[in-house]
Design a protein. Structure first.
Length: 220
């Protein structure tokens, strides 16, 4: 028999079946001198969410919810992961990114986490090679093993990796909740449109304060 849908945030965000996924919060995306900054993208919105994102992760951790950090591994010296299709598309719009400016090369400063937002003991790391954190990774296995039903999805960027991952999670029948103040994009229009799109069909958008309030709600 099909279970009844979970409708409220309090129902969805039961710590017993919730996990937080923090996507791509790395220097190359967020820091001055990182790859996106070097290619002329405004990284200030990425850096600006660090305090709120850190508080959200800490609050979620205190609620006993598992934390999963997803980190990009795109460029390697041997070019293991970047197909001609990827390189063709990125050459069209990304101002030399992936080509003249490497992105998220393991072992480099740009690959490291930005600021104080980073895994702690007991957290899980997943490494991805595409925008979608489910594609060719262990993410779904990790979630199913913990019997997770609801995902809090945060990080960068709202309209690319966050939205791609949220869509896929919805297709795999996870409830998705995106904290509007813990995601960012290279342009307010892109950020706002992605949140609108996510909330319309793929998940629920709420502030981090509202999410933490729902996690802390009394359970029978």
């Amino acid at each position: 028999m099909r279970p009844e849908p979970l409708m409220t945030l309090e129902e969805k965000l039961n710590p017993a079946w919730t996990a937080l996924i923090c996507i791509d919060y790395q220097n190359d995306f967020c820091a001055e001198g990182g790859a996106l900054d070097r290619c002329g993208f405004d990284v200030k919105p990425m850096a600006a969410i660090a305090p709120t994102l850190g508080r959200c992760i800490q609050g979620v951790r205190e609620a006993g919810v598992p934390i999963i950090f997803v980190r990009n591994n795109y460029v390697t010296k041997e070019n293991w992961y970047l197909s001609d299709v990827v390189l063709s598309q990125t050459r069209r719009h990304l101002r030399g990114l992936y080509h003249e400016v490497p992105l998220c090369e393991p072992g480099t400063w740009g690959w490291e986490y930005f600021g104080g937002v980073r895994p702690r003991e007991g957290d899980v790391e997943v490494f991805k090679h595409r925008f979608n954190a489910f594609i060719e990774t262990d993410l779904d296995l990790i979630l199913r093993a913990r019997r997770i039903r609801t995902l809090i999805i945060c990080g960068v960027t709202t309209n690319v990796c966050v939205e791609s991952t949220t869509r896929h999670a919805y297709f795999k029948d996870y409830y998705c909740v995106v904290p509007s103040d813990c995601v960012a994009a290279y342009g307010e229009d892109l950020h706002a449109m992605a949140l609108k799109n996510i909330d319309f069909l793929f998940g629920e958008v709420a502030t981090s304060d509202r999410i933490l309030q729902a996690l802390r709600a009394p359970r029978l």
